[in-house]
Design a protein around this ligand. Sequence first.
Ligand SMILES: *[C@@H]1O[C@H](CO)[C@@H](O)[C@H](O)[C@H]1NC(C)=O
Ligand SMILES: *[C@@H]1O[C@H](CO)[C@@H](O)[C@H](O)[C@H]1NC(C)=O
Ligand SMILES: *[C@@H]1O[C@H](CO)[C@@H](O)[C@H](O)[C@H]1NC(C)=O
Length: 561
Amino acid sequence: MKPTPLLAAIALLSTTSHAKTWLLPIPQSVEWTGYQLQLDPDFHIEGASNLYVHEAAQRYHKLITKERWIPYQKNITEITPLKNRQDTLKTLQISVEDAHAKLDFGINEAYNLTIPDSGGKATLDAATWVGALRGLETFSQLIIEDEGTLVAHSSKIQDEPTYPHRGIMLDTSRNFYSVESILRTLDAMSYNKLNVFHWHITDSQSWPLHLEMHPELAQKGAYSPSQIYTTADMRRIVQHAQSRGIRVIPEIDMPSHTASIAESHPHLVACVNKDWEVYGAEPAPGALDPTKNETYALIEDIVSELADIFPDSFFHAGGDEVNSHCWADDETIGPYMKEHGLTTDQLWAQFEDKVGSIVEQNHKRAMIWEDAIVVAKADLSKNVAVQVWTTTPENIIKLGHDIIHSSSDYFYLDCGGGGWVQNDQRYISPDQKATPGDTFNYGGTGGSWCAPYKTWQRIYSFDMTKGIKKQSGHGQVLGGEVALWSEQSDETVLDAKLWPRSSAAAEIFWSGSYDKSGKRRVLSEVWPRMNDWRFRLLKRGIGAIPIVPQWCLSAGTSCLI
Ligand SMILES: *[C@@H]1O[C@H](CO)[C@@H](O)[C@H](O)[C@H]1NC(C)=O
Ligand SMILES: *[C@@H]1O[C@H](CO)[C@@H](O)[C@H](O)[C@H]1NC(C)=O
Ligand SMILES: *[C@@H]1O[C@H](CO)[C@@H](O)[C@H](O)[C@H]1NC(C)=O
């Protein structure tokens, strides 16, 4: 229904206390015009340049009309009332420079989005089809319901990610996740402009990965026949991710964290079934035998099969937590080490070098955990990207490796869940302990090695640039990842563990820890956006957990210190 000229004139003059829309992650540059426009009943999106943009345009059109987002926080002092315009927004015109760019590390995700205050046509100009997807997400966040009608908040946005690698790591070995729960996670990632699904597929506890070349690995190593990812499952996940502009990087953790391989290849894994407190970081210990050619033949088969299923140019080869007794106490590896005068670290470094070559032969760039470099002092190709979880990032950068931030002090989403080793007496009531009255750790970590729980505020306060000197070539910060280790998680708690905490990470990965003027991003700016975003994720079917009592949403700034 078109407003009559008289009504339109009144609408033009009236200022109303409409809610402001909230954007997350915040674009690099946003200019608000102060107007909002009704979305035309025939509103449509034009200019889809390839199949993925076409599908995304349809998806977002449906989302916008279904979501009808009414912002929760209406009484925040910074909100300037928006003026209504009689004009409606009729189209969003997309134009893409490169519609066929390969989705891979460093793909250009920049876009400009303009919703003019005169209505008519909004424009989304993107460098690539992935940039168009990012712009469509932002466009959806600019649409809200106001007094029963959908309105678009007029603005001029210029945006691009600060870091090319923005990920979530999910461990599907300690506990299994259905394909559906992974697909839902990919959707949630796309709402947050996260673009890397780092899939820690296997570990010591189970091998849920079917391989055509080695079906025995999953047959013997999975928890059950229904807890196995088939080749079709993996292709479905890769395809779904691709359509959302998300890369999938598979990880096979090795040489440690491989007891599940012993189920089918017992002669290739050392220290299985030994006392985990001596031989591993947790039950169940086990490390591949680095002295056997057969070990490398198996690794070659695994890497080459996965290289075909996962088109991304990165492959994660694990490489963390080799135990100093596991190999040395083995009845064949121990004597081998003595004969060749090798320490565990030296043997480990050799292993990493060989695995690095296998990854390279399969035309992939290796990514590994920091341990091989920090602990084993492996001198690896500078092309190897290093995921940092405990060390000072600049130590790795100095060596000329690119890094991915995953500090366990900020980005480990499993922390603070308490101990899970079931008869652990150390964290229970002092009067129940073997030595009554012993208060060891009673008020401490509660058995979580990386306690406390990482709140969204803590995640947000990580400085992506701290101690990093700008230099050319390798030795760059590629980005960051939050990590969900799954000893105490499976799909029943997946959304709650990930959201909205991963949104806090998503913003510092996309928008950076500092804005364009060099000002540090701070909690006092982001909190109303986080509060709103939690509910918006909920409306989009993601079980994001509450971060404040609902009371705070209408209490203005009363919930701030
Ligand atoms: C966005 O606009 C700026 C300024 O006009 C321009 O330099 C840039 O190339 C544009 N980016 C895209 C992706 O169109
Ligand atoms: C293992 O491979 C190396 C290098 O290819 C070779 O020199 C060695 O003879 C092989 N050992 C066995 C037992 O096959
Ligand atoms: C908004 O909050 C302030 C205090 O923060 C309060 O004085 C005012 O009445 C509130 N307005 C509405 C419309 O709720």
